[in-house]
Unconditional design. Structure first.
Length: 155
């Protein structure tokens, strides 16, 4: 499978996953723990970055950008479907804690900013692989220079 095809496959999977994960994490943020919700959102973005990091630069940037911007729109659509159902379920079993509009804005802003971690993870892994390749080629050149230094051939 080509890198571009894999990028589009990952984009679709992560965008649809975000459409479900981010609204559910919003409910976790409101009713369980803000830290856990933001940690899980960051973990989701890191996982996406790791998956995209196996692709070429062009394919990965196209896929990550599509995933991040589609996640913004699809997660709001998912929120409209998920929030009423979760609210009814929680009110039937416990007390639902309603967030103010500013608290919801803080969650969504944080969640969408955390999606940008995917870029950081991609470039970190890209940089590490470039550095490892450079170290490998430099060590081969160094080994060759050492071998040549001890040769007895006069040229």
């Amino acid at each position: 499978m080509k890198d571009l095809d894999r990028a589009m496959k990952y984009f679709i999977g992560f965008a649809l996953g975000s459409a479900v994960a981010l609204p559910l994490l919003g409910e976790v943020y409101a009713n369980i723990s803000k830290g856990i919700a933001l940690f899980l959102a960051a973990a989701w973005a890191v996982w996406a970055g790791v998956k995209f990091s196996s692709l070429s630069l062009k394919s990965a940037m196209l896929g990550v950008t599509s995933y991040v911007f589609s996640s913004v729109i699809l997660s709001f659509i998912g929120y409209l479907a998920i929030h009423p159902a979760v609210r009814r379920w929680i009110e039937g079993h416990s007390v639902y804690f309603e967030l103010s509009l500013s608290e919801w804005a803080r969650y969504w802003g944080s969640a969408f900013l955390l999606l940008l971690i995917s870029y950081v993870v991609y470039f970190a892994r890209f940089g590490l692989s470039k550095a490892a390749g450079k170290l490998r080629s430099d060590s081969e050149k160094t080994a060759s220079a050492i071998e040549n230094a001890f040769e007895d051939d006069d040229k």
